[in-house]
Design a protein around this ligand. Sequence first.
Ligand SMILES: NC(=O)c1ccc[n+]([C@@H]2O[C@H](COP(=O)([O-])OP(=O)(O)OC[C@H]3O[C@@H](n4cnc5c(N)ncnc54)[C@H](O)[C@@H]3O)[C@@H](O)[C@H]2O)c1
Length: 314
Amino acid sequence: MIHTITVVGAGTMGHGIAHTFSRHGYQVHLYEPFEAVRTAAPDKIRTELQFMVDEGYITPADLETGINNITMFDDLEAAAKDADYVIEACPEKLELKQELFAQLDKICKPTTIFATNTSSLKLFEMIAQLPEERKKRCMVSHWYNPAYLIPIAELSKFGNMDEETFQEVYDLYVACEKQPVRVLKDIAGMVANRILHAQARECFYLAEIGAASPEDIDKALKYGPCFRNATTGMLEVADMGGLDIWLATEDNMFPVLCNGDKACSAMRELVEAGHLGIKTGQGFFSYPEEKRTRTQMEFYKRLIVQLKASKAYG
Ligand SMILES: NC(=O)c1ccc[n+]([C@@H]2O[C@H](COP(=O)([O-])OP(=O)(O)OC[C@H]3O[C@@H](n4cnc5c(N)ncnc54)[C@H](O)[C@@H]3O)[C@@H](O)[C@H]2O)c1
């Protein structure tokens, strides 16, 4: 049974993963080697939990549970020695994650399950040097950002783990109100990011050729495909529309869709000019200083609305 969870790294993903587990009653040990990040994490966690209270998603008691169940650590051994499940959310570098898992293998109990939140690295490369018995308890558990608001968690089911161990982790995510997805093949981007980037490629391309304004491209996405797909998946939508219709449309559309194998030049030019989006004040859209925090908060508020609505999606 999983009781104690160690989260490695308290950055963008790690702190949100930590308070998702802690507010659902799990004991969380949050390890962060960098002092500035470590000391900032508790305030960040409290602010996010308070936001969920203010939006009526959790109770003040949930907030207190979330805070009280997290202990910060600056020492990996102390943080991980009692863990039943360890999830790493440290920088996306293969050697760093290999080294971390090798250390954890020495620190942790033989039964501890290791998970990586990697977005792009291969699980079996990451754990190649671990003993065979440990490899049977390693997996990808891929969250979306912001981790505490987006329900999906992609769980690798690549054949190295026995059914019982996998189910234990699956049940953990269900208990934390996540929507776990079983990913059966060790493919880059798992499932969700492949879908995301296929869609993103076409959006950026449409902006590049001026097919519509950036505002209207986003509007088309929000109130068209994503509006429908937020409630009902693509495969089911196709079934409902009629596969004969979809077949004919795909045969017509696929030859004219963007199939570039590099990021589109509109995006490249923005990045080269130093326009990195909200963090620099300019991307596809402009974000004057006074608007940035508000824009970010409005995004989170819409996600909470969506999170509440998604409870009805079945
Ligand atoms: N940011 C996203 O949108 C996102 C989404 C899904 C998955 N991921 C994946 O999650 C992981 C973490 O990404 P992030 O965006 O939170 O990165 P981040 O840089 O915000 O956080 C990483 C944290 O790890 C800490 N760290 C550095 N070296 C470490 C070490 N040796 N041991 C432990 N911790 C160390 C850093 O101090 C930092 O706080 C990556 O694998 C990334 O691919 C990121």
